[in-house]
Design a protein around this ligand. Sequence first.
Ligand SMILES: Nc1nc2c(c(=O)[nH]1)N[C@H]1C(S)=C(S)[C@@H](COP(=O)(O)O)O[C@H]1N2
Ligand SMILES: [Mo]
Length: 230
Amino acid sequence: MAMEPDQSRKIGRGVFLLTVAGGLSSLAWGKAAWSKVSGVISPVAADIAPILPTQGWRIYTVSDHMPTFDPATWQLRVGGLVEKPATITYAQLRALPRVEQVSTFHCVTGWTVQNVHWGGVRITDVFGLVRPLPEAGAVQFVSAEQPYVDYLTMQQALLKDVMLAYEMNGKPLPREHGAPMRLVIPEMYGYKNVKWMAGINLVAHPQDGYWEQLGYDRDAWVGHSNGYSS
Ligand SMILES: Nc1nc2c(c(=O)[nH]1)N[C@H]1C(S)=C(S)[C@@H](COP(=O)(O)O)O[C@H]1N2
Ligand SMILES: [Mo]
């Protein structure tokens, strides 16, 4: 993929830090660096956490290509256990009631970003369009970045500050943060905050998401799940 200068600088720093941490000096700088960095950070979190800065975003992907966003063609598919499946365009998303919140973002590997200003919509307003069936007990969030997916129970999805965010700090959500829309659930670690949202499906029960299949807790409550610090 083509990397912008500021991105390659961040990756360069990430690779440097990982290399310093030891055991990873074979990490070659080059084409695969982007996916290597995002794939490697979590498993070695306990080793590298002490030397990584704890403030500021780190951009994570699980593939070597960040999805692109075209407002003219973007669609959010909402379906599963609903009365009326819907395909929501970007214009329709922006026409839903707009809310704002300031919340803090925690990655399970130990970094935090305080007071992020988000703008977006509440999930209940999307549910209003499709009307979940009584047997819908959980929500599946599907990223356009395959195979990234995660789930919340209905109760978790309906927490008051869960947001489908299309703005970050007063600007449209940047590509690397999941343009045009990502999940925000401040009570839970970053891996539940699916970027590049492409689909929302109502399902009966939660299942393991991407990182959960690799050993992280489904219920990723900040401070109480199996991050490196607990
Ligand atoms: N599609 C997708 N969403 C994702 C991830 C990812 O790799 N791909 N990483 C998750 C993790 S582990 C974290 S901490 C946050 C990081 O958000 P950021 O990349 O905007 O900093 O995104 C989450 N959502
Ligand atoms: Mo994370």
